[in-house]
Design a protein around this ligand. Structure first.
Ligand SMILES: NC(=O)C1=CN([C@@H]2O[C@H](COP(=O)(O)OP(=O)(O)OC[C@H]3O[C@@H](n4cnc5c(N)ncnc54)[C@H](O)[C@@H]3O)[C@@H](O)[C@H]2O)C=CC1
Ligand SMILES: N[C@@H](CC=O)C(=O)O
Ligand code: NA
Length: 436
């Protein structure tokens, strides 16, 4: 066998400790497939003494993780710290600049700095891999960049955040409280260090922007992702959706069209109503699923664990196996200077059915005001559900949910504009589109 691939690990939390366990447990199968052993030489994290259930004594310890990039006994640095900037980015830049390979699970860093890092990697002949950064254990980057490499990808969509999917599906099946289920997701190691990234859709937006770049051969444009999360969803929305035959899922959705020589890139992360019979409705817990439509292969569905130590470690180590084998794939599937620029597509042009939930004062004329705004904006109402309050005092706000017929998104936006400042509305309306 060839010489060992010598690696250093920065970050020994959920994923880092998972990688050490996986490398130890499956060393033989990994070495057979990689053609050589993968040897951990050095590690770094915040707290050396912390009990992680793994023996760190065989490895050199560095208090300052960025020093790993300067060690000449290391071929590849594995960054499992997190954060778009800060020490993770310094380590990534230094590692690639010194010609070392870099494997990372850090979608925030790749979404913000992926093109710069890819340029550094290509310029220095250093491999850069980040399969774990998108949809955890699912080999979706490989699937698109390698398996579907012959296709023009026209559309991708799916469930890209395990924490949100866990929260929504638990709330749906057990009726448990949002914050209670979020605490569970954190304890299980699914959530980001700052869970607002999960619940406000930012983590899924990081992943979507990376997938879009690989799928369409366009430059990363995280800032253009139209992003909203699940923090405003209530148990009442979940039960109203169910009564209508839908479940609620946080969906990332993107397509890319050429118009007048310009690439128009649509990227959105938002909660959608998904028909119960749709394949994405059955995706529950921390599972992720990505649908990609290629112009020759047709529809591909990738599904599996999107978060957690074992699945994420599996993707990290798969990248190491690739590097050990000598794979020379460009970090974004094609040389970074061949990626095309794009312009954000206008969402107002898109046609959808929408669920709009209003929280309103329980008094005469409120429904008429809402329906008048819908009429004036040219929005046709398909159904309306009002959840009355237990008594008839009129003191408590009530929820009114409207489902519209299909129409341009600009219609609902216009209706909400007409209702802006209305004394009947107790809070900002919540809009969720219907998929399928
Ligand atoms: N947990 C999961 O299911 C998944 C996580 N990821 C990504 O993997 C990366 C790591 O995530 P987790 O293991 O969940 O995080 P974690 O919070 O469990 O572990 C982070 C590790 O980095 C170390 N660290 C953090 N800041 C540091 C600093 N300034 N200096 C030195 N060490 C520092 C901590 O001591 C800890 O060992 C993140 O980029 C995350 O987005 C990706 C896919 C799934
Ligand atoms: N916090 C993320 C972890 C994996 O990327 C998620 O919940 O999906
Ligand atoms: Na993945």
């Amino acid at each position: 066998m060839a010489e060992n691939l010598r690696i250093a690990l920065a970050g020994l939390g959920t994923v880092g400790a998972g990688v050490l366990r996986l490398l130890a447990e499956n060393s033989e199968v990994i070495a057979n497939r990689a053609g050589r052993a993968i040897e951990v030489v050095a590690v770094s994290a915040r707290d050396r003494a912390k009990d992680r259930g793994v023996d760190l004594s065989p490895y050199a310890w560095e208090d300052d993780m960025t020093v790993l990039a300067a060690r000449d006994d290391i071929d590849v640095v594995v960054e499992l710290v997190g954060g778009s900037d800060g020490p993770a980015l310094t380590l990534a830049r230094k590692s690639l600049a010194s010609g070392k390979g870099l494997v990372t699970a850090n979608k925030a860093m790749v979404a913000h700095h992926g093109l710069e890092l890819a340029k550094l990697a290509e310029g220095n002949g250093a491999p850069l891999r980040y399969e774990a950064a998108v949809a955890g254990g699912i080999p979706v980057i490989k699937g698109l960049a390698e398996g579907a490499a012959a296709n023009r990808i026209e559309r991708i969509y799916g469930i890209l955040n395990g924490t949100c999917n866990y929260i929504l599906s638990e709330m749906e099946t057990t009726g448990r409280d949002f914050s209670d289920v979020l605490a569970d997701a954190q304890a299980l190691g699914y959530a980001e260090a700052d869970p607002t990234f999960d619940i406000e859709g930012v983590d899924a937006a990081h992943k979507l922007s990376i997938l879009a770049s690989i799928a369409y051969g366009t430059e990363l444009d995280f800032a253009a992702v139209d992003t909203s999360g699940i923090s405003r969803i209530r148990a009442a929305d979940i039960s109203q959706a169910r009564d209508l035959g839908y479940v609620i899922r946080l969906i990332g959705l993107s397509d890319c069209t050429d118009k007048d020589g310009t690439r128009h890139l649509f990227q959105r992360v938002a909660p959608y109503l998904v028909p119960v019979k749709h394949p994405l409705a059955a995706v529950d817990g921390p599972t992720n699923a990505v649908v990609a439509e290629g112009n020759h292969v047709g529809r591909l569905l990738f599904q599996g664990a999107g978060a957690g130590d074992g699945p994420t470690a599996s993707a990290v180590v798969a990248d190491l196996v690739d590097i050990a084998r000598g794979s020379s794939m460009a970090p974004f599937s094609q040389p970074v200077d061949t990626l095309q620029s794009s312009t954000p597509a206008d969402p107002g042009d898109r046609r959808n059915r929408a669920y709009v939930r209003f929280t309103v004062a329980d008094r005469p004329g409120v429904l008429a005001e809402i329906t008048a705004a819908m009429r004036d904006a040219g929005v046709s109402i398909e159904s309306m559900i009002q959840h009355g309050q237990p008594d008839d005092s009129g003191d408590e706000p009530v929820l009114v949910a409207i489902v519209t017929h299909e129409g341009p998104e600009s219609g609902v936006a216009k209706a909400l504009e007409l209702l802006e400042g209305s004394a009947s509305l107790v809070e900002e309306p919540l809009v969720m589109r219907l998929i399928g």
